[in-house]
Design a protein around this ligand. Sequence first.
Ligand SMILES: Cc1cc2nc3c(=O)[nH]c(=O)nc-3n(C[C@H](O)[C@H](O)[C@H](O)COP(=O)(O)O)c2cc1C
Length: 191
Amino acid sequence: MRRLIVAITGASGTCYGVRALEMLREMGGFETHLVISPAGLRTAAEEGIGYDADQIKALADVCHSHKDIGASIASGSFKSDGMLVAPCSVKTLSGIAHCYSNDLITRAADVCLKERRRVVLMVRETPLHAGHIALMDQATRSGAIIMPPVPGFYTQPKTIDDLINQTVGRALDLFDIDHPSVRRWKKGEAS
Ligand SMILES: Cc1cc2nc3c(=O)[nH]c(=O)nc-3n(C[C@H](O)[C@H](O)[C@H](O)COP(=O)(O)O)c2cc1C
């Protein structure tokens, strides 16, 4: 059984974190640990993604309070494949870049980085000022992978769902998790 930590923070695109949980559940063989920030819950409600807080939490095997800095995932002794922050707000990016572990999301990310585990941050803000770019640089230097949810159109998406699946599937690729919905480039055709 592989384990993945998924965090949903208050940037636009809470559907990405939800879809990641759905894909992992569909595939089976994963124990998912979810943390949602209060701003993540607020943003999910504002975005009208069709899932309330309880429905989102039910998609994970274990749901931790963002305040519980004593949770299993706050310790390096908890083994996992790493952590996906989808979406990642600039505030959470800043916390991770500065090792400011004042909640479970930033603490779990810091722990994964110190243990040299994969941390993928789907940072979402636009446009960006120099401070945002500096934070992404700092997080990258600490070992995180910055993966803004920027869709590619070469796969000829027909629906918003296609865009979400492709973006989340490519994020899961970074953990060596191969979801069948990912469309892969083949020269001369939309695969
Ligand atoms: C509807 C809505 C959309 C937001 N979109 C973004 C965004 O795309 N990127 C961002 O960095 N912050 C965004 N914010 C602001 C964050 O939610 C806010 O900075 C919050 O403090 C982040 O906290 P967290 O990182 O603990 O989730 C948004 C807030 C709301 C209510």
